[in-house]
Design a protein around this ligand. Structure first.
Ligand code: 5CA
Ligand code: ZN
Length: 409
């Protein structure tokens, strides 16, 4: 499917820095060394409700990855999926008496608008689960031929024991895996499975559910993890630089995806790094569609909030921290935006060469956006107190903040 339009990314003087980022698999920072084309896969939405600020925070974090790489003059090959058929989507459509395809299309369209408004650079490939089915079926057949998949009452499961590296992405013990599997779409209680956390690869057709021709698999629909594996292998291949998503995806989703791909190809690892953003909460609980404690980007936009201020609010927290959305977070961002806009609207100002390097340094150090924002604050304060006559400085600050932080002043 088509993605959304890209905003311009101004070129900056000097050169960008290589990105050092926290990798969930190794549990520490690693300096990424992408080739001339950096490759990233970020898990996309399940489009049964509008984009909330948790989603927006996650996509903003990975947008910074792309901007840091672009600043090093690399090209970026970015792939994102849309889980446009899955249990929660079908359940919501059923509850509301709506056609599930209409629901998915409407929410995906709104997501595109929100991403555009937040100046998040689009992926080159934006692929729906449904359109990926012809590529998913042969992968499941191959897993079956390799003895890594088994049938249970017509459904097909992946055997986690088939991957010697299983467990290394999340590093969790089996009791925790079992608990998270139950919470996050798995079925550890189902009798007959080889391992309780074995995930479904192909769900045989049920009455009232959409299904597709799965050749030797029979009619059915794909499981969640194999969807992202098929799309990532098709467009990026093995060993791509970053597999990204929120921290709730580390297990089971990214763990299972890595195992599927490693068994399929005999290569290791699926991704060089697994990068996870923290969870945004509202009223003390993780914002989630199932709990309904949501603030939507589109609601704020309709209320007249400048999307640039929303973006600044998201950037004011480190991407790996769990944090709480409050009115104060947005109010501070609105004030900061006004201060920055006033600072760059003057004809001259304090030299900004060092500021550009500070922003680069902060982002290259595990995407430390709050430190980058603090550096711009300091420049704006110097400007306010009348500290300089460099005629190129306000323009350079505008371009740097735009290119590296995606903030249009
Ligand atoms: N379609 C799958 C991924 S293949 C999915 O998880 N969809 S989602 O709509 O539930 O979430 C989309 C992205 O937003 C995921 O990366 C998820 O980790 C992230 N996300 C969901 N809730 C929050 C939250 N409260 N805070 C931060 N990120 C979140
Ligand atoms: Zn995914």
């Amino acid at each position: 499917m088509y993605a959304w339009p890209a905003s311009e990314v101004p070129a900056l003087p000097g050169s960008g820095r290589d990105l050092r980022i926290h990798d969930t698999r190794t549990g520490g920072p690693i300096t990424l060394d992408p080739g001339p084309v950096a490759r990233i896969y970020v898990c996309g939405i399940t489009p049964y409700d509008a984009t909330h600020l948790g989603h927006a925070a996650t996509y903003t974090a990975f947008d910074l990855v792309q901007r840091v790489w672009l600043d090093t003059k690399r090209q970026v090959h970015y792939v994102q999926n849309v889980t446009d058929v899955d249990d929660p989507l079908l359940e919501r459509a059923e509850r509301d008496g709506e056609d599930w395809t209409a629901l998915a299309q409407r929410e995906t369209a709104l997501f595109r608008e929100d991403m555009t408004a937040l100046r998040i650079l689009p992926p080159q490939h934006f692929i729906g689960a449904v359109e990926a089915i012809p590529g998913i079926v042969p992968l499941i057949e191959r897993l079956r031929e390799a003895g890594a998949a088994y049938e249970l009452d017509g459904d097909i499961y992946f055997s986690v024991e088939s991957d010697p590296a299983f467990g290394e992405v999340s590093g969790l013990d089996s009791a925790t895996m079992r608990r998270l599997s139950a919470e996050r779409g798995g079925d550890p209680e189902r009798p007959g499975k080889k391992n309780p956390v074995d995930p479904i690869l192909w769900r045989a057709a049920r009455d009232g559910e959409p299904s597709w021709d799965g050749a030797g698999l029979g009619r059915g629909r794909p499981g969640w993890h194999i969807e992202c594996v098929a799309i990532a292998l098709d467009h990026l291949g093995m060993g791509f630089d970053v597999q990204g998503g929120g921290s709730d995806l580390a297990f089971p989703h990214h763990e299972m995806g890595a195992s599927h791909a490693q068994v399929l190809t005999g290569e290791h690892p699926f991704a060089t790094s697994y990068v996870h953003s923290g969870m945004v909460a509202l009223n003390g609980e993780k914002m989630s569609k199932s709990k309904g404690n949501l603030v939507f980007v589109s609601t704020l936009r309709r209320e007249g909030v400048d999307p640039v201020a929303i973006r600044l609010a998201l950037l004011s927290h480190h991407y790996r921290s769990d944090w709480e959305w409050t009115d104060a977070v947005l109010d501070e961002a609105v004030e900061r935006l006004a201060r920055w806009r006033a600072a760059v609207s003057r004809p001259d100002g304090p030299s900004a060469d060092a500021l550009v390097e500070e922003i680069r340094e902060a982002l290259a150090d595990d995407l430390d956006a709050p430190s980058a924002l603090a550096a711009v604050d300091r420049w704006a304060e110097l400007q306010r107190s009348g500290g300089g006559t460099d005629e190129g400085a306000p323009g350079l600050v505008s371009r740097a903040v735009d290119a590296l932080l995606g903030v249009a002043l």
